[in-house]
Design a protein around this ligand. Structure first.
Ligand code: ATP
Length: 323
C-alpha cells in the first residue's frame, strides 16, 4: 500500500462545515496524491458527502480551505474544476435525452476531443452500448450509475471524486467499476471515493480515512487501521516439527501475546505484524525450528471499522490522530 507516487492532487486544510448549529464536518485534513485511491468511510451521517461537496467547491466550508493541484479552490476556479470528474450518490441526469445525446452534451461542454470515439469506448467498456438510443429516464438505477460514471470520465479528469460509486450495482457491474477505478489509478489519476461497501474499500483503497460525527478519527492503509483499532494479528507458521524450545523462545518475545500449537502448525497472536514477523522467524530459527511457511491473517476492515467507530471514539481520536 502506498500514498501514490505523485504530487498532492487534492488537499483539505482544516475544513469545517456547520449546517445552522449542527457541526457536520470538523477540522478535516486530508490529502490525495496522483496515482492513489483514497476511501472515505463512515457511518450514516458521518459527514462524508458534506466533505466531498466541500472538496468539489459545491458547498462553501464554514472555515478551512481546499487546495486543488496546489491552488486554492474558489467559486471562480473553472479551470481547476474542469480537472475533476464527479459521480454523486444521487445522479441528476437529464431524463428526456437519449444516452448518446446526454453524453454528447457533456462532451461538448468540456470540449472533449474525438467525442464520438470516447463515448463509444466508454459505452462499450461499461456495457451500455446497446442503450445508446434509449432515453436516460428509461434506464435502471444501475445503468444510470454507470452513465454517471461515463460522464465523469469523458473529459479524462486528473481527479475522480466518487460518492458511493457502486451503490445499487449488480456484482458484475461492481467488478467492472472496480477494474475501471484501478485502471485510472494506474494512469496516474487520483481517486477519492466514499462507500459503505467495505469489501470495495478493502480491495481498492491504498488509504482509508474513517469519519465519525464529522471528525476524521483515523487514516492509513489497512495495516495501520487494524493497528489503530487495536486488533491483533495472527501469524500462522508451518514448521517441520514443533520443538518445545521453539514455543518457549516465542513466549519470551515481547511482541508475542499467545502461541497455539496444532500438529506442526503454530498460531501466534501478535499486535504489530510488520515489526514482529522478523522477530518471530528469528526466535523460531535460533531455537532450532525449521519454517516451511509463514503467513499473516490480519483483522478485516469491518472489524477495524466497527472497533474504531464504537463508543470509545473520543479516546481513540485523541490518542491516534497524528496532527
Ligand atoms: P450517509 O452515509 O448517510 O450518506 P454522510 O456521511 O454522507 O451520510 P452527510 O450527508 O454529509 O453524511 O451529513 C452529515 C450531517 O450533516 C448529518 O447529520 C446530516 O443530517 C447533516 N446534513 C447534511 N446535509 C445537510 C443540509 N443540507 N442541511 C442540514 N443538515 C445537513
Amino acid at each position: 500500500m502506498s500514498e501514490g507516487n505523485g504530487a498532492v492532487v487534492v488537499a483539505a486544510e482544516g475544513l469545517t462545515k456547520y449546517y445552522g448549529k449542527h457541526k457536520a464536518v470538523e477540522n478535516l485534513h486530508l490529502k490525495v496524491h496522483a496515482g492513489e485511491i483514497y476511501a472515505l468511510l463512515g457511518p450514516n451521517g458521518a459527514g462524508k458527502t458534506t466533505a466531498l461537496l466541500m472538496l468539489l467547491g459545491i458547498i462553501t466550508p464554514t472555515s478551512g480551505r481546499v487546495l486543488l493541484f496546489g491552488e486554492e479552490l474558489r467559486d471562480s476556479s473553472f479551470a481547476l474544476k474542469r480537472r475533476i470528474g464527479v459521480v454523486s450518490e444521487y445522479q441528476n441526469l437529464y431524463t428526456s435525452m437519449t444516452v448518446w445525446e446526454y453524453l454528447a452534451f457533456f462532451a461538448d461542454l468540456y470540449s472533449v476531443d474525438r467525442k464520438e470515439e470516447r463515448i463509444e469506448y466508454w459505452l462499450t467498456t461499461l456495457q451500455l452500448a446497446d442503450y445508446a438510443d434509449d432515453y436516460v429516464g428509461a434506464l435502471s438505477h444501475g445503468m444510470r450509475q454507470k452513465l454517471g460514471l461515463i460522464r465523469a470520465l469523458l473529459h479524462d479528469p486528473d481527479l475522480l471524486i466518487l460518492d458511493e460509486p457502486t451503490s445499487g450495482l449488480d456484482a458484475r457491474a461492481i467488478e467492472q467499476v472496480r477494474r475501471l477505478i484501478q485502471a485510472e489509478r494506474k494512469r496516474g489519476k487520483a481517486i477519492l471515493f466514499s462507500s459503505h461497501i467495505l469489501t470495495d474499500v478493502e480491495r481498492l483503497a491504498d488509504r482509508v480515512g474513517i469519519l465519525h460525527q464529522g471528525r476524521l478519527l483515523v487514516e492509513g492503509d489497512m495495516e495501520q487501521l487494524c493497528e489503530a483499532a487495536g486488533k491483533e494479528t495472527q501469524v500462522e507458521v508451518q514448521l517441520q516439527s514443533v520443538l518445545p524450545e521453539v514455543i518457549a523462545a516465542l513466549r519470551r518475545e515481547p511482541c508475542v501475546h499467545k502461541v497455539l500449537e496444532e500438529n506442526n502448525r503454530l498460531l501466534i497472536t501478535t499486535s504489530k505484524a510488520a515489526d514482529s514477523l522478523s522477530q518471530i522467524s528469528q526466535a523460531i530459527t535460533s531455537a532450532g525450528g525449521v519454517i516451511l511457511s509463514m503467513q499473516t491473517k490480519r483483522a478485516s476492515l469491518e472489524e477495524a471499522f466497527l472497533t474504531i467507530t464504537n463508543a470509545n471514539v473520543t479516546t481513540l481520536a485523541d490518542g491516534l490522530k497524528d496532527r
